[in-house]
Design a protein around this ligand. Structure first.
Ligand code: SF4
Length: 322
């Protein structure tokens, strides 16, 4: 249930990296958004658009270059040791690649119980064991799995272990960094359903990163569309699918596969051409210029600002200038 309380507030966040020849890679360039308690905010964009860097900077995995990020009112890049300790308990990450994020030689019990021990969340060994078994059951695994090594599990099962590890410390916020992208299509829906169920049961707040709009459709309350370091459209999820304004969002929606080839042909779909250009020294105007069929003179000169064009629906595009 979405409450009025602001859980994460991101203000003019920038994350730059030095590039060769004294140039600057602007991975995240002046991004602002707010996530309320119990809300799932999806960030969508193609590979290389800066969405994962944005999530990692918001959750203090990466240092910021400029701007501010507040979690429950605390500046996440300026925390005391005690505040950082609380933050690392309350904010957990589910990583994209369950093969790389879990040590294959560790036992499942070790992995899931580690956070419980670090944050002193169990009364004794028996209590710890009970908690681990409950967590495994919650994510669709069982007691017999606890004694096995991670390398014995499939990708989908490993992601379930990763989710159990994240939930072990009773988090309030989950940063889901493309948690289903590395999994077989047949497993993706299972993991999404599990995340949605857990989000509801525990009233978690989530920042959910994905590379296409189909993945975040059912899980997100609000969605931000990111292109080359900037959010170009922010909207309640239902509105975004019904009335996408930004040409990039429209192209992303067109790129969602339709199972019926006849219907796809009748709809006259225009797929997104080319790749995301380099974020090193990006152009001064609209960053989507080179791929936008509606590009105008002004688009080459001036970078469009986000404007609210209907309630809670923000777009950065000169097509909607007054
Ligand atoms: Fe296209 Fe111009 Fe809008 Fe950018 S500002 S998306 S180039 S119309």
């Amino acid at each position: 249930m979405i409450e009025n309380t602001v859980e994460l507030e991101v203000k003019h966040l920038k994350k730059y990296f030095p590039a060769s020849h004294k140039r600057v890679l602007k991975a995240v360039d002046d991004v602002s958004f707010t996530i309320h308690k119990g809300e799932t905010f999806g960030i969508v964009g193609e590979s290389g658009c800066g969405k994962t860097t944005c999530g990692k900077t918001c959750t203090s995995i990466l240092e910021k270059t400029d701007g501010e990020v507040f979690f429950q009112g605390k500046d996440v890049h300026n925390m005391t040791k005690a505040e950082k300790n609380t933050f690392t308990q309350k904010v957990q990450t589910i990583f994209q690649d369950p093969y790389a994020s879990l040590d294959p030689h560790q036992k499942v019990y070790q992995i899931v119980s580690e956070g419980i021990r670090i944050h002193h969340l169990a009364k004794d060994k028996e209590d710890e064991k009970k908690k681990v078994m409950e967590l495994l059951e919650m994510v669709g695994l069982n007691a017999e799995h606890a004694t096995r090594n991670v390398h014995e599990f499939s990708g989908g099962q490993r992601q379930r272990i990763g989710i159990a590890r994240a939930l072990a410390v009773n988090p309030e916020f989950l940063f889901c960094d493309e948690p289903i992208s590395a999994l077989d299509v047949s497993i993706q829906a299972q993991i999404m359903n599990l995340l949605m169920k857990l989000q509801k049961e525990r009233n978690l707040t989530m920042l959910f990163i994905a590379h296409d709009l189909a993945m975040v459709k059912h899980i997100s309350d609000n969605i931000g569309v990111m292109y080359l370091g900037k959010l170009v459209e922010i909207s309640p999820a239902s509105q975004l699918y019904e009335q996408p304004y930004h040409p990039y969002t429209q192209a992303l929606l067109e790129s969602i596969p339709i199972a019926d080839p006849g219907l796809a042909k009748r709809k006259g779909r225009h797929f997104l051409q080319g790749d995301v250009p380099s974020p090193v020294n990006p152009p001064k105007g609209c960053r989507f210029c080179g791929r936008c069929s509606k590009c105008m003179d002004i688009c080459h000169e001036t970078c469009p600002e986000l404007k609210e064009i209907s309630k809670d629906h923000w777009v950065a595009c000169h097509l909607y200038d007054e």
